[in-house]
Design a protein around this ligand. Structure first.
Ligand code: NOJ
Length: 528
């Protein structure tokens, strides 16, 4: 089994994680100090949000140099030291690479925008005619009115799928492709274990299409994969492509394109099933998820650094989700909800655990979002997605133990409210309490790692149970697990006449014969 197939991923925003030099911004020195924690938790692979130089208008997804490290994060040597420390602990590290666009501060764009006859004009997509590519949707609906932005120096418009400060690169220009491959090679040469490829569906543009998932895009990605296979075997490519499962299949190719894709559509359906006490949406989406090549894997997640996206649900389901999970309109952003897991769950420990149980027992490699393992909250007073990117809460110490800066110059305020404030809700407290959420999540992680068949084994639904039961077998020649989940606020008894004796993995003394009881929002992992 390739390492990525059964890895536990941990997504972290370096700026938010730990400040090692006291300037109020997280950095590589800070991350190194916390690697023991991540190892203790059971993390196999750290995924870092973009670390490149950037004016940070989109937290690093606006790259101004593919080679430099953002200065508040440290120098390249700091990065190398961190990578060594990660590897010394037997862990891996992948970084975000932003291929689709750059910052408007990138020297390429500065030069390109200067004049129509600039040698770099064709690095970006320019037009006089803003009716071009009309079928492409706008992604940042709350901020952008068009995918074209005007540039006064030449009186033309440039193409951008995200903020207008993020002009799209022109992949029809072979030089752009070469430059991106050069950047990929640079980081692989330094030793990163792979990339999360940001926004890959949008690399190419073609009139008469929605400019997503084009054959040319797949051709380019296959080139990148070939480079990895030929020169950097064992490294991994993970696509951020917010698409329906059938549109994601080409990203796996015949096992010769990307190793992993996030499974976006399953995510909101876990929330929907819980809200409705009805498993239907989850079973439906797995039924519509084709088999993937054997050397490929889904990356599954509950939350990440963006809004909880509702792009891959129907209009009706989106309304339901908004009304149920974001009655406060401040929590709505674009087509999503800008909240963390714990507040979405009403800070109900049972539901937080239940969602994690689903994450760890369904097919795919789980990706955790920093802070969710302790049930961190969010800050709706911060704009955009910043509310879910607040400093990690390490301890009841000044600045939550995140920074020892003498000033108040934190990149973002720490959370202080009575429920989610760092004074009570922090890693130190939960490490000291064996009954804490953190300990439970850690236990799940370790069990999941022991049962490696959960990564790729078959998923077989347990039939003839009430709709509030989301229950299934995971089977493979290496092992079997029966996973029971109660999505409802009342006790549930599930009969499993096929099995004589069932043992609860979390509490081996608890045994069941043919019938299993679950408390409200309860779950059990059972060996049989
Ligand atoms: C997807 C990233 O997850 C998001 O944070 C970013 O704003 C866009 N891509 C643009 O790079």
């Amino acid at each position: 089994m390739d390492w990525h197939t059964n890895a536990i991923f941990y997504e972290l925003y370096l700026r938010a994680f730990n400040d090692g030099n006291g300037d109020g911004h997280g950095d590589f020195t800070g991350l190194r100090q916390r690697l023991d924690y991540l190892q203790w938790l059971g993390v196999d692979c750290i995924w870092l949000l973009p670390i490149n130089q950037s004016p940070l208008k989109d937290d690093g997804y606006d790259v101004s140099s593919y080679y430099g490290i953002h200065p508040t994060y440290g120098q390249l040597e700091d990065f190398m030291m961190t990578l060594d420390e990660v590897h010394r602990r037997g862990m891996k590290l992948i970084v975000d690479i932003v291929m689709n666009h750059t910052s408007d501060q990138h020297p390429w764009f500065q030069e390109s925008r200067r004049a129509k006859d600039s040698p770099l004009r064709d690095f970006y997509v320019w037009t006089d005619d803003t009716d071009k590519y009309k079928e492409a949707r706008i992604i940042f609906l709350d901020t952008e009115r068009s995918n074209w932005a005007y540039s006064a120096s030449t009186g033309q418009y440039y193409w951008h799928r995200f903020y207008s400060s993020q002009p799209d690169l022109n992949y029809d220009n072979p030089k752009v492709q070469e430059e991106m491959i050069r950047a990929v090679r640079f980081w692989l040469d330094l030793g990163v274990d792979g990339f999360r490829l940001d926004a890959v569906p949008y690399l190419f543009e073609r009139e008469g299409t929605n400019n997503e998932n084009l054959p040319e895009t797949h051709e380019f990605l296959k080139k990148v994969r070939k480079l990895v296979d030929d020169e950097y075997p064992g490294r991994m490519l993970l696509a951020e492509a917010n698409q329906w499962p059938q549109d994601l299949m080409p990203y796996f190719g015949a096992g010769d394109e990307l190793h992993m894709c996030f499974h976006f559509p399953i995510m909101p359906r876990l929330y929907m099933a819980l809200a409705k006490g009805d498993r239907t949406p989850v079973r439906g989406i797995w039924a519509n998820t084709p088999e993937i090549p054997e050397n490929c894997q889904w990356a599954t997640f509950l939350r990440n650094h963006d809004e909880l996206t509702l792009e891959m649900v129907t209009e009706e389901d989106r309304q339901f989700m908004w009304e149920y999970y974001a009655p406060d309109h401040r929590a709505r952003l674009n087509l999503g909800i800008r909240r963390r897991l714990a507040p979405l769950m009403g800070n109900d420990r049972r539901k937080i655990e239940l969602m994690h149980s689903l994450l760890f027992t369904m097919p795919g490699a789980p990706v955790l979002y920093y802070g969710d393992e302790i049930g961190m909250g969010d800050d709706l007073n911060l704009p955009d997605r910043n509310g879910v990117r607040t400093p990690m809460q390490w301890a009841d110490e000044p600045h939550a133990g995140f920074s020892n800066t003498q000033s108040d110059a934190l990149y973002a305020p720490v959370i202080r409210d009575p429920i989610y404030g760092f004074q009570n809700l922090n890693v130190a407290n939960q490490q000291a309490d064996s009954g804490s959420l953190l300990h439970r999540i850690r236990e799940m992680i370790h069990l999941r790692k022991e049962m490696s068949f959960l990564a790729q084994g078959r998923l077989t639904w347990l039939e003839d149970t009430p709709l509030s039961s989301l229950s299934y077998w995971r089977n493979s020649p290496e092992g079997r697990l029966l996973c029971l989940h109660n999505l409802a606020d009342e006790p549930l008894t599930i009969s499993v006449p096929e099995c004589e004796l069932l043992t609860d993995v979390f509490a081996p003394d608890e045994k069941f014969v043919a019938e299993v009881s679950l408390p409200p929002y309860g779950y059990r992992w059972l060996r049989y």
